[in-house]
Design a protein around this ligand. Structure first.
Ligand code: DQA
Length: 142
């Protein structure tokens, strides 16, 4: 069974409370339950990880080497700023899908560029929770 590490970055733990007009009314626990059931349906084993700290996310990506078969990541705000997360993904070189709840290409200019997209083999934007399912499907079929 393939093992996928699912990483959610800063403020995603605030889903439900956080700008619901953009991110929806469902909370982070609902997202995690959705990811778990999507993974189960695809026959994937998942570990769910969330952190508000860039270095902690870098440590988790490094530790994924030799343990996981792929990474699904919503780097949240670090998408647009973090060379360190990009470099960690390139270092472990695991198949990686990037997901965003919103469509970052139609929001503020500063959200239009993603460092993680320079490595990720697939990027899914603007599909809400379903984007995580699509990311898992992509990693399952590789
Ligand atoms: C996000 C988009 C980012 O620009 C933002 O900083 C987030 C969430 C999304 O899922 O749409 O925190 O990654």
């Amino acid at each position: 069974m393939k093992k996928i590490l699912v990483i959610n970055g800063p403020n995603l733990n605030m889903l439900g409370l956080r700008e619901p007009a953009l991110y929806g009314a469902q909370n982070f626990e609902a997202l995690q339950a959705f990811i778990r059931s999507s993974a189960e349906a695809l026959g994937l084993q998942v570990e769910l990880f969330q952190s508000n700290h860039e270095g902690v996310i870098v440590d988790k990506i490094q530790a994924a080497y030799g343990v996981f078969d792929g990474i699904l990541i919503n780097p949240a705000a670090y998408t647009h700023t973090s060379v360190a997360i990009l470099d960690a993904l390139k270092a472990v070189a695991l198949p990686t899908a990037e997901v965003h709840l919103t469509d970052i290409s139609t929001r503020e200019d500063f959200r239009k560029f993603s460092f993680v997209s320079l490595y990720a083999q697939k990027t899914i934007c603007g599909k809400g929770f379903d984007g995580y399912k699509e990311g898992l499907e992509f990693l399952a079929q590789l």
